[in-house]
Design a protein around this ligand. Structure first.
Ligand SMILES: [Zn+2]
Length: 187
């Protein structure tokens, strides 16, 4: 995170880290409005969401989480891939199912097992209004679906099958790191 801040300062870019809206704020449970104007304001919103997501160490964030009632979300696809910008996204196909642990920036310290499709295909718009499709599996499919849920006012706490405590989560993460080291992979 510090590297990110330093790089941006070098480029002379002002960071706009916004306050994250926490549950039970009413905006989090409303269906967001469709974006109709693909203008500078939308670009600024996306940039602010990016800065806020990175500062909060999240893998995705939706506009209502910074208090904006619009169908806009971003997801970090990981492994050095681009950040996906989802404007007016629609799930067009799903497949399979998987249970995994999720958290949410609007629920500090709540983690739980949530069942979601293993595969998803989403149609969305870019910041210039052009339409694109994205397919994802596993963890990235989960991240896309979690953020799209936000835009429909659906929160992950309503989908949790089993709560996972912070202690359990930390123990699992340690185990994963040990496994990754054992396989000679970077954690
Ligand atoms: Zn969330």
């Amino acid at each position: 995170m510090l590297d990110f801040l330093n790089d941006d300062r070098k480029r002379g870019i002002e960071l706009a880290v916004r306050e994250i809206v926490k549950y039970p704020a009413p905006i989090l449970e409303k269906k967001c409005k469709e974006v109709v104007k693909f203008d500078r304001e939308l670009a600024n919103l996306l940039d602010d969401m990016y800065d806020t997501m990175v500062a909060a160490d999240g893998v995705g964030i939706a506009a209502p989480q910074i208090g904006v009632d619009l169908q806009v979300a971003i997801v970090d696809m990981g492994d050095g891939q681009d950040i996906i910008e989802l404007i007016n996204p629609e799930v067009v196909a799903i497949g399979g199912s998987e249970i995994d642990i999720e958290g949410c920036l609007s629920f500090p310290n709540l983690f739980g097992e949530v069942e979601r499709p293993y595969y998803v295909k989403v149609e969305a718009q870019e910041r210039d209004g052009s339409i694109y499709e994205i397919e994802a599996e596993d963890y990235t499919a989960r991240a896309l679906l979690h953020e799209i849920d936000h835009l429909n006012g659906v929160l992950f706490n309503t989908k949790i099958k089993k709560i996972v405590t912070l202690e359990e989560l930390e123990a699992m993460e340690e185990e994963m790191e040990m496994l990754a080291e054992g396989q000679g992979e970077e954690a």
